[in-house]
Design a protein. Structure first.
Lengths: 113, 113
DNA sequence: CAGCATCCAGGAGGATACTG
DNA sequence: CAGTATCCTCCTGGATGCTG
């Protein structure tokens, strides 16, 4: 039995993390940015075909407020806005990997039976 | 740039994982079972004070269908039902840890500025 | 191009009361 | 004890059209 309580374990950092990663499209956006580095709004929309404009805007805004991604707007016409991961955003890689890894062994364990 | 596409990476195993872990209380239940090993329904309710009976039933049922937890009912009066993690359920520990770890460094990076 | 405004449906999740 | 059964609210997310 672990020594930490539910409160300590799931308490602050865990819920903080879940809070910023919650939402249908967060991981997709994160992965694409992890993959490509920097993308414009339209490119993100193309990279995640099923997302609606409204949702992409909302999720990006949320991630930006949470300091996970960085938004850089250029004063040009037509407008250009580039999104990339912050340092803390890049450090999410192990999280995505561990979930993906678990998913693989989970899929295996399901097909074995 | 990674070689996998969004489809390959987020495609099957990742979404499979997210699917079974989705929901407000999944991680809380998982953590408590990881912590205590085996618990009766009422004990789970006590361990997660804010959850409603309805939600606990739903989440447990979902996790059982997904083969992540094991339900064992005893033919007694009053009834006794015990929940525990399956092998694949126990292997979720790294996922929970990586999220929790990221949450910690995230909290640090927020407070530094 | 990079969004914002609006409307809308469906589902997640809460509160309460009841049963074998 | 271990759930069911209802009812209800709010929020997520989709569709569409418009703007600087």
């Amino acid at each position: 039995m672990r020594e930490k309580t539910l409160e300590e374990y799931l308490g602050c950092p865990f819920h903080l993390a879940m809070n910023t990663l919650e939402g249908k499209w967060k991981f997709a956006i994160l992965y694409v940015l992890l993959d490509k580095g920097t993308l414009r709004f339209k490119d993100l929309e193309r990279a995640i075909p099923d997302i609606s404009t409204r949702m992409l805007v909302k999720e990006l805004k949320h991630l930006e407020e949470k300091k996970v991604i960085v938004r850089k707007a250029y004063a040009e016409v037509p407008p250009r806005v580039e999104y990339s991961l912050s340092e803390i955003g890049k450090s999410l890689s192990p999280v995505i990997d561990s979930i993906s890894d678990w998913g693989k062994s989970y899929a295996n364990s399901l097909s074995e039976k």
